[in-house]
Write a new protein. Structure first.
Length: 419
């Protein structure tokens, strides 16, 4: 393998964003003949898949230097350093620093430098990495926050990402202005714990303050979207934006995790099921076209049949449409790993039932759109998304990146069809 390095991303959208920033840093450093794996640590299965992918890439590129980074590298550097296929292990802070890639490009990987993973908890700032977006030319992602101050009992991510750090408003606004100037019609704000944005900044602004400032200071931005939020932390300005700002898209992805109050307490979540239901009802009252996605864990330790049924009920009571279902798997080092575990076959069956409930909600949502007009952001010549993040398929080409008006003619069970 020669030429520019190959990057493989596992896990979340923030990882994908950071991969694009790493490509820029590696390119500036002149790194060649390398394979970089940006790993995820959210579950034990994610770490297993990372090891599997590393072995596959080594077979495919036997002569390249193989560099492992990301959350799994941060939380388990020894695991990856022990793999014969791996040449270097880079931490989550180090991967965003230009001199790290300069050393790698200079072949500066002696035994002392082979593992470059420092204490993530000592990091107090998050830089706004200026990239030109990624994925399609229609939608750009802007990282405004990193890390998490909460310690949910199932989650290893704070130990991979560190404590919560925010990108200042001015930096965010300047980046969005630049992205709009290059032709992006939609910007998505991303972070690990997005609703904690601002707590570490002077005067401790809230996420709603950031949203309102962006919409005011970037009037040419057609569409602003926010990624996963913790509904219990939503502030008044964000609710006001939901109610009054049509450029804020009517789609929220909620970090709910479960529908049973006892399980939520054992997870060390900060909300109860009624809090989630009240938030969803209020958001839909303020914005009747609002749709919700949600993260739900199936088979958390001690989950009974009755507790699981409460999660199923939450799907209906909150009108959740886009479900991300996670079958629970224990992460060593987390309190939940020491709790009484649910049998694997039961976890699998419950996850399947949750996914089926989510699929039914998708079909119901699609059916409700029959005959309606939507502004659709085109991600490819024949596929785009509504403001509610619903996929729309066309039978003829539209300009990629454009916002087009479409009338819904039907659906396929997973997508709308429109003309």
């Amino acid at each position: 393998m020669t030429g520019a390095p190959r990057f493989t991303t596992l896990g979340c959208r923030l990882n994908a964003y950071e991969t694009e920033a790493m490509k820029d840093l590696a390119g500036q450093a002149g790194l060649e003949n390398a394979v970089v794996v940006n790993t995820c640590a959210v579950t034990s299965e994610a770490v297993r898949k990372a090891r599997q992918e590393i072995r596959r890439l080594r077979r495919a590129h036997p002569d390249a230097r193989l560099i492992v980074t990301g959350c799994a590298a941060q939380t388990e550097p020894g695991t990856f350093a022990a793999m014969a296929e791996v040449d270097a292990v880079i931490g989550n802070t180090e991967k965003m620093q230009g001199d790290t890639w300069g050393r790698l490009a200079a072949d500066f990987i002696g035994d002392a430098e082979r593992v470059q993973v420092n204490d993530i908890m000592s990091v107090t700032e998050t830089a706004g990495h200026l990239i030109d977006g990624f994925g399609t030319r229609s939608r750009a992602y802007v990282q405004v926050q990193n890390g998490c101050d909460h310690r949910c009992t199932f989650c290893i991510i704070p130990y991979g990402r560190g404590n919560s750090r925010s990108v200042p408003t001015g930096v965010v606004v300047d980046q969005i202005k630049r992205l709009v100037g290059t032709g992006y019609n939609e910007v998505v704000l991303t972070g690990v714990d997005l609703t904690s944005w601002g707590a570490d900044l002077p005067s401790q602004p809230k996420l709603g303050d950031l949203v309102m400032r962006i919409l005011k200071l970037v009037p040419d931005l057609p569409r602003l979207r926010i990624s996963s939020i913790d509904s219990i932390e939503v502030d008044g300005n964000l609710m006001q934006a939901i109610a009054t700002e049509p450029r804020l898209m009517p789609h929220l992805h909620l970090s709910l995790q479960h529908g049973d109050d006892l399980i939520l307490k054992r997870m060390k979540r900060r909300h109860l099921s009624d809090d989630a239901i009240r938030f969803a009802e209020e958001a839909r009252r303020l914005r009747p076209d609002m749709t919700f996605g949600a993260d739900i864990i199936a088979g958390f330790p001690t989950e009974t049949d009755a507790a699981f049924e409460n999660s199923l009920r939450l799907v209906e009571e909150c009108h959740l449409t886009w479900l991300h279902v996670f079958p629970y798997s224990p992460r060593p080092g987390t309190p939940a790993a020491k709790m009484p575990q649910v049998h694997g076959a039961t976890i699998k069956a419950r996850a399947a039932r949750l996914r089926a409930a989510g699929e039914a909600r998708v079909v119901a949502h699609l059916a409700e759109q029959q005959g309606r007009n939507h502004a659709v952001l085109m991600e490819s010549p024949r596929m785009g998304r509504t403001g509610q993040f619903t996929e729309v398929a066309f039978d003829s080409d539209r300009p990629e990146g454009a916002i087009v008006t479409a009338t819904v003619t039907g659906h396929t069970g997973t997508q709308l069809t429109a003309v």
